[in-house]
Design a protein around this ligand. Structure first.
Ligand SMILES: [Zn+2]
Length: 500
């Protein structure tokens, strides 16, 4: 009895800290990176946050002697005195390019550059702001391009001055800090008359006539692409071949730098290491009970409850192991309300499944683990089975995850004293028929318009409908063993396929 009490207290104490870690406001699951550094975080928060910078796409690392962190729109750089500035990402040496992913931007215009006020000149700030007014118009060729408004509203008063003591002059200075000065005149995209661009020192503003919106392009993300050669558009690739950054990220080399002579005083080792992200899906929920079993004493075992218990435990185990785990549901409920997410004129189970797929895709999960238990009319059927889909570009990863999960589930159940039947990792088409897939696992089809974009499995560790399996499932140590089996499989998977 004493043991139970002590364990109960511990169990209460631990989830609070886990919840805090999970709700870390500086972690962005959209990209998998955190803004952990205090100086970078303060700068980010006080200069417009996501609106100005986009999501972080790297960890802090050393680039050319400076500590930097790459965001989608900007690169933050820490000076030797600890202060933070933004890099001129469009400068020579970083991204002086004009063609990216089919879009053509104006190049820096020598005539505009010649008229820029010189840094250090008397009244520099006044002259600089006048220069922005002159070269970043709100109206251009009859279009409401809003370039100056966008500049002037980049940083908002309450963000820059959380104490409420707003200094308007300083606010404009912050905007200048973010954009720098215009370096071109406005220009249409030669391939798309609906787009107007204006080049600044630290960004390119993009006006889209179809939406009437003006925003900064996600240019800094391309600096990462140049370093890693991942998702590097062919037009940018051909311009960046001679860049000292080109393809420099190589984890096999010292400091992960391929040619240190071209990129001295740099260490990319930690730059793109990130926590893997797993979507843990507790199958069913709410009015969808899944499989059920009625014990002789009248008590009911419902699959939806077991799924949630095991999924919650699994998510905790993964977080303890440094893996970012998200749950599709944490209560006895459905994700989708009354939205017709599949746009077929009906609201049904497909919309609920689409909601789970969409969530996993939005979170850019590296894996989807859907926790279920089996149920059939034949009560004698028992055992452990894991399903995966073929017909996907990442079928090798699907199979690897399914086989790891299958073997770890069987092993964990054995260790907990329950001899299960190994029904093997199984392709879903074998049970569903040729070309048919589970909604959560399969490719795009007539029924699935937006499929999952990551490897995934559906686990069926035991049969709710079999008396022996059901009896085992009632026991806490069996539920714990199943969660452990899944967690070990996921960890083994990421050893085999590390995220980068
Ligand atoms: Zn199920």
């Amino acid at each position: 009895m004493l043991c139970t009490l002590v364990l109960g207290v511990l169990a209460l104490a631990v989830p609070a800290s886990r919840a805090a870690a999970q709700e870390n406001a500086r972690f962005y699951p959209q990209t998998g990176y955190t803004i952990a550094d205090g100086a970078f975080w303060d700068f980010f928060r006080q200069r417009g946050g996501l609106r100005t910078f986009g999501y972080p796409v790297s960890n802090p690392f050393v680039l050319s002697g400076f500590r930097v962190q790459i965001f989608q729109r900007e690169i933050l750089q820490q000076q030797p005195d600890g202060s933070v500035t933004m890099m001129n990402i469009l400068d020579e040496g970083l991204m002086p390019y004009t063609r990216i992913n089919g879009s053509t931007f104006p190049a820096a215009d020598p005539e505009v550059l010649a008229r820029q006020p010189q840094v250090g000149a008397p009244d520099y700030h006044v002259k600089a702001l006048q220069f922005v007014k002159d070269y970043a118009p709100d109206m251009w060729q009859g279009l409401k391009v809003n370039f100056y408004q966008t500049f002037a509203n980049s940083v908002r008063a309450q963000e820059a001055f959380p104490d409420g003591r707003v200094s308007p002059g300083l606010l404009l200075g912050f905007n200048l800090e973010i954009w720098g000065l215009p370096t071109s005149k406005p220009a249409f995209d030669p391939a798309n008359a609906g787009f107007v661009y204006l080049r600044f020192q630290r960004g390119i503003m993009h006006f889209d006539t179809s939406t009437g919106t003006t925003q900064g392009l996600l240019l800094a993300d391309y600096v990462k692409s140049i370093l890693t050669l991942r998702t590097l558009p062919p037009d940018l690739d051909s311009q960046a071949r001679g860049s000292p950054l080109y393809g420099q990220f190589d984890p096999r080399m010292v400091s992960s730098v391929k040619q240190p002579r071209d990129l001295p005083a740099s260490d990319l080792s930690d730059a793109f290491r990130r926590e893997p992200t797993v979507m843990v899906d507790a199958g069913h929920g709410g009015r969808e009970t899944g499989a059920t079993y009625k014990f002789p004493d009248g008590s009911m075992l419902m699959e939806k409850d077991l799924n949630l218990k095991v999924a919650t435990r699994l998510a905790e185990l993964l977080r303890e192991g440094g893996i970012n785990a998200m749950q599709s549901r944490t209560a006895d409920s459905q994700l989708n309300g009354s939205r017709d997410l599949t746009a077929d004129g009906k609201v049904n189970l497909s919309d609920e499944l689409q909601a789970r797929v969409d969530r996993a895709n939005e979170m850019r999960a590296d894996l989807l683990v859907s926790v279920h238990f089996n149920g059939v009319t034949d009560a004698s059927r028992r055992g452990t089975q894991v399903f995966y889909a073929d017909g996907r570009p990442f079928v090798d990863r699907n199979r690897a995850l399914a086989e790891l999960t299958q073997s770890h589930l069987v092993k964990a159940l054995k260790e907990a004293g329950y001899e299960t039947i190994d029904r093997k990792a199984t392709v879903d088409t074998i049970v569903l028929g040729h070309g048919a897939h589970y909604f959560l696992l399969g490719p795009a089809s007539e029924h699935v318009k937006r499929p999952t974009e990551m490897p995934g499995i559906i686990g069926e560790p035991l049969f709710v409908t079999n008396p022996d399996d059901a009896n085992a499932l009632r026991q806490d140590r069996i539920q714990a063993a199943i969660a452990r089996g899944y967690a070990e499989a996921v960890k083994a998977y990421f050893k085999q396929f590390p995220v980068t």
